[in-house]
Design a protein around this ligand. Structure first.
Ligand code: SF4
Ligand code: SF4
Length: 285
């Protein structure tokens, strides 16, 4: 069956945290936007259910925090039980309780969790990680590689069991010295993928061929970073839009994009853990 990776982002853009590096910090969505987000997600879940001729892997990449909303939790549980869904994952700050995941299929549901020092204590974040471990849910944990986060990242790595992969994202606009790069790479051996943007113009990319980005209204784009629509999910036009393509942006600097850049070969590195960012071979021996 043909694989299709789907990154979904609805209108939701609110968050309970106040990270200084984020435009969505402490944003509150009005009730009508939340209603629209919920309705859009319901429609998307219906599409996933009905699209049984593809092996689907879905990653929710909300602007803000999704797991404080019941409709994302319920949808993850629901989609995780569909036989043609290989993965359903979500990017989250892990602030919300995790007990609901007991209802999900642990072979399919997964979390991409980010630790935001300053918004939550390390101990509290680790409590959530332990909950996930006891539930048997797949998850990665990561930190934005700002200099002021380094001590916390080291402590987090030390506190997590070795089988939990900890990733470090290069901070936007931050230039890393060789020494800084070495220090972050000591925590995340794959930091080199993130530390510099990838020159992508004209380079073949799976995005638009077997990976797509979907907005709440069903607009389909190749990825979150090339805004031109290539079709819509709900009129079936996405099917004819899929074909091998080269990137039209000069740079690709976000993990959820460059994992699809063909020459990087990162699908082989992550394999089934591509969307929740867990390398296939981890821990390294
Ligand atoms: S947790 Fe994520 S979405 Fe919320 S403020 Fe921090 S970076 Fe932004
Ligand atoms: S390289 Fe990045 S920006 Fe270019 S098509 Fe792929 S995901 Fe999109």
């Amino acid at each position: 069956m043909n694989d299709l990776y789907v990154l979904y982002r609805g209108p939701l853009a609110s968050c309970n945290y106040d990270c200084p590096y984020c435009p969505f910090a402490k944003r509150v969505d009005p009730p009508e936007l939340l209603r629209a987000d919920r309705a859009d997600l319901e429609r998307f879940a219906g599409w996933v259910e009905a699209t049984t001729d593809r092996r689907l892997s879905v990653l929710f990449t909300p602007w803000g925090e999704a797991l404080t909303r019941s409709w994302y939790r319920d949808t993850i549980v629901r989609l995780s039980h569909l036989p043609h869904v290989a993965r359903v994952a979500v990017q989250t700050n892990l602030a919300a309780r995790t007990g609901w995941l007991a209802e999900a299929n642990p072979q399919v549901a997964a979390l991409w969790a980010t630790y935001h020092p300053g918004q939550v204590t390390r101990d509290r974040f680790l409590v959530r990680c332990r909950e996930l471990l006891s539930l048997g849910v797949r998850f990665s944990v990561g930190v934005v590689g700002l200099p002021e986060h380094h001590d916390e990242a080291v402590a987090l790595r030390a506190a997590l069991p070795p089988e939990v992969y900890l990733w470090i994202n290069a901070a936007e606009g931050h230039l890393y010295s060789a020494d800084e790069e070495r220090r972050w790479t000591a925590l995340d051996p794959r930091f080199g993928d993130s530390v510099r943007p990838h020159a992508s113009l004209g380079v073949p990319c799976h995005a638009g061929e077997n990976a797509i980005s979907v907005l709440g209204d069903g607009t389909v784009r190749r990825c979150h970073f090339i805004k031109t629509p290539i079709g819509n999910l709900y009129d079936g036009s996405w099917r004819t839009a899929l074909r091998p393509r080269a990137c039209t942006n000069s740079l690709c600097d976000c993990h959820i994009g460059y994992v699809h850049l063909k020459p990087l070969g990162l699908r082989d590195v992550y394999a089934d853990g591509l969307l929740e960012r867990i390398p296939a071979v981890w821990p390294l021996t």
